[in-house]
Design a protein around this ligand. Structure first.
Ligand SMILES: [Fe+2]
Length: 384
């Protein structure tokens, strides 16, 4: 495969390139044409690699906190060391794989921050690799760049459909490579920060749960069953993510409820009940600043509404309560009925089903969703 790497003139690649290689406009290395960009003045010092200094100019541009890790996937033995050298020159950590299968193994070892992949490779193509990564929740947020000599529209569309975040056309210009990598790693950093914020809030949700020993494991079960019900209903991926997060975050507002009220559980005084009823709004306010939790906010606020309007905090009626909180609510009620508390024993599956159907008829829960939930559980039991 012929591959062309272009970079600014005066780039020194001494650790990799033999001494015969010049810094002229066009040079060759082991059959790989390395062509410079047109001169537009002084060489860009950012692209300069100092082979002996041990530290390069322009290092650590992405994050002072840690070295970003770039995975380069290409079947060409000439390309991988060149890409490593170029990216190392900007302070990025680089791992390389000669094919998609190696890349998958590498990712299992440690997740990269960015993937640069050739398109046409023996075995699985770059398109297939990209599609696999983008359909995996563990890797879908890692920016994926397809490196291609194919510049026609059909190939681009194919890459976009596979989920690629960006493209690099061959020949690769070093400055273009650096600009794309920097931009995508900055985006990844923001995503990581949002994920970290989500994780912190989910951990807070779990800490609320841990204050009551009788509810341990409730959030995790809720997240799992709410996603299963969402899948059973055919909801989209974004809604499923919101349901999973809702499982952990729905009761986050209880962080502001004192222990003596939270652990009492039943027979609350009117004053204590008023404090308890604040938790959906408190939780919503905590999560409101995070745009990534946009779909979770209705779950947090409305998971105690009832179809007959007797719920809280807004007294919404059937038809006014959004779908996602109704989904989580059904799962939440089932889990509560099936779990022993100081003031009640755990019901069997059949008892819980009968109780929920009765309460749905009375106007507490969504009758259709209750029916769908038990149909799903029946299906799952048959599969098991
Ligand atoms: Fe709640």
């Amino acid at each position: 495969m012929t591959f062309v790497v272009c970079f600014w003139p005066m780039v020194k690649l001494t650790p990799l390139l033999p001494a015969s290689i010049s810094t002229a406009d066009t040079i060759h290395y082991n059959g790989v044409l390395i062509r410079s960009l047109p001169m537009d003045g002084a060489p860009k010092s950012r692209a300069t690699v100092s082979p002996s200094a041990g530290s390069y100019q322009g290092m650590v541009e992405i994050s002072p906190r840690r070295t970003a890790r770039v995975l380069v996937v290409d079947d060409s033995p000439q390309i991988l060391p060149l890409m490593r050298e170029l990216l190392n020159s900007r302070g990025y950590g680089v791992v390389t794989s000669a094919n998609a299968e190696e890349a998958e193994a590498e990712i299992l070892r440690e997740l990269p921050d960015l993937i640069l992949s050739d398109v046409i490779m023996p075995g699985k193509s770059g398109y297939e690799l990209c599609r696999d990564f983008k359909s995996n929740p563990a890797t879908r947020l890692i920016p994926f760049v397809l490196i291609t000599g194919l510049s026609d529209r059909e190939s681009k569309v194919k890459g976009i459909e596979a989920g690629a975040d960006d493209f690099l056309n061959k020949p690769i210009f070093a400055e273009e490579l650096f600009a794309r990598v920097k931009s995508l790693l900055t985006l990844k950093e923001f995503t990581d920060e949002l994920e970290t914020a989500d994780s912190v809030l989910c951990t807070l949700g779990l800490s609320v749960e841990s204050r009551d020993p009788y509810t341990v494991g409730h959030c995790e079960r809720l997240a799992k069953h709410a996603v299963a019900l969402g899948q059973h209903l055919g909801l989209d991926d974004e809604s499923l993510v919101a349901l999973r997060r809702g499982g952990y975050l729905h009761d986050l507002g209880k962080i502001a409820v004192p222990d003596e009220i939270l652990k009492k559980g039943a027979n609350l005084t009117p004053r204590e009940w008023e404090v308890m009823k604040q938790h959906p709004m408190t939780g919503e306010n905590i999560c409101k600043p995070l745009r990534s939790l946009r779909l979770v906010l209705p779950i947090i606020r409305h998971h105690h509404e009832h179809s007959d309007g007797s719920g809280y905090p807004d007294g919404l009626r059937k038809g006014e309560i959004p779908l996602l909180p109704r989904v989580l609510q059904v799962v939440d009620v089932y889990d509560a009925l099936r779990t022993a508390r100081p003031y009640k024993t755990a019901l069997s599956h059949e008892q819980a089903a009968a109780a929920m159907r009765h309460e749905a008829e009375r106007g507490l829960w969504d009758e259709e969703l209750v029916a769908q939930f038990f149909a799903m559980l029946t299906e799952l039991r048959q599969v098991a």
